[in-house]
Design a protein around this ligand. Structure first.
Ligand code: 3PG
Length: 312
């Protein structure tokens, strides 16, 4: 009987690992598609505030329709839920728009190399803001992460300060978003990652829309759209649809994973995702990379691997 119980437990653990593994694979694939279409759009229609808003709008629309048609069960939410979601949504909004601004200025690969240092930001913020302590090996593992990113930034052929700063700001705010999200999701256990992310999208959309109008505005959007479609045809519209829908889908799957794992495992999975994105975007956009730049990126990613080993 004891053996049977042990075997059942082992099977359940294996099934859950397989389930998380599959979610990771889907998350990374959706993310690659998002990054490619997002950059295709930004190359011909450089309005990152609008495209960030459209990504959130697409997700909100998809979820509202799914709830209305009863394809998915709508969550039961009260004022307290929305109040506690506000800081998460603020961090999500800033991190999202900052990453999109970054990608409108530099190669997708460069943004993601800088974003691969997110675990380092996670440690520093948890230490300084939340007073969490880590073993000294964890701090040591930050050296290759920070050093590798610095080397990659210093040798980036198309370095741009706004692109660099946007990726750094995104790192900081996504750390807060992940920590607050995990806390929020454990509080509202019944809700699940999918509906939690849906509510997050909606609130972020409300936060971002007025700023997008103030910073870019309908007049610039219309003029830019005419120029983009004149030069590249109606396909630009479908690129925008693809980047918006895939943004929602990859985030939704990532939240369904975060629901089941620790923020640490999540941020390591996220860094590994960036390797996939960096390699595929370099191939897709024929990005010129100097050998020393590639070495910097590799050191940064290896640092994250070391970090994951020390932080267990
Ligand atoms: C965004 O627009 O939010 C970023 O591209 C997201 O980056 P990440 O989800 O890969 O951290």
């Amino acid at each position: 009987k004891v053996d049977e119980e042990k075997a059942a437990k082992q099977n359940a653990a294996d099934a859950s690992k397989l389930n998380i593994g599959m979610k990771f694979a889907v998350w990374w694939s959706l993310n690659v598609v998002f990054n490619i279409y997002n950059k295709k759009v930004l190359n011909v229609y450089p309005f990152p505030w609008l495209t960030s808003t459209l990504s959130l709008a697409a997700g909100s629309g998809i979820m509202l329709i799914s709830w209305a048609l009863k394809i998915l069960k709508a969550p039961e939410v009260d004022f307290e839920f929305w109040r506690s979601l506000a800081p998460v949504a603020l961090a999500h909004t800033i991190g999202h728009v900052a990453a999109t601004i970054s990608m409108s200025k530099v190669a997708v690969s460069f943004t993601h190399i800088i974003k691969s240092s997110e675990p380092a930001f996670s440690v520093i913020i948890q230490r300084i803001v939340f007073g969490d302590k880590f073993p000294y090996q964890v701090y040591l593992s930050l050296l290759p992460i920070i050093g590798g990113c610095a080397l990659a930034a210093a040798t980036e052929l198309n370095f741009n300060m706004t692109g660099f700063t946007g990726a750094m700001i995104s790192n900081i705010f996504f750390v807060f978003r992940n920590i607050f999200s995990k806390k929020g999701m454990s509080k509202s256990k019944k809700m699940g990652g999918m509906n939690y992310y849906a509510c997050l999208s909606m609130m972020s959309l409300v936060f971002l829309t007025p700023f997008a109008i103030a910073v870019e505005g309908p007049r610039a959007w219309t003029a830019g759209w005419q120029a983009a479609t004149l030069a590249h045809g109606d396909q630009v519209f479908w690129w925008v649809v693809a980047q918006s829908v895939f943004y929602h889908l990859y985030n939704q799957v990532s939240y369904m994973s975060l629901d089941k794992i620790s923020p640490l495992t999540f941020s390591v999975g996220n860094t590994m995702k960036r390797v996939t994105v960096i390699v595929s975007s370099i191939i897709m956009f024929n990005t010129k990379v100097s050998p020393i730049n590639a070495v910097g990126a590799a050191i940064a990613v290896f640092g994250t691997f070391l970090y994951s080993q020390c932080a267990q």
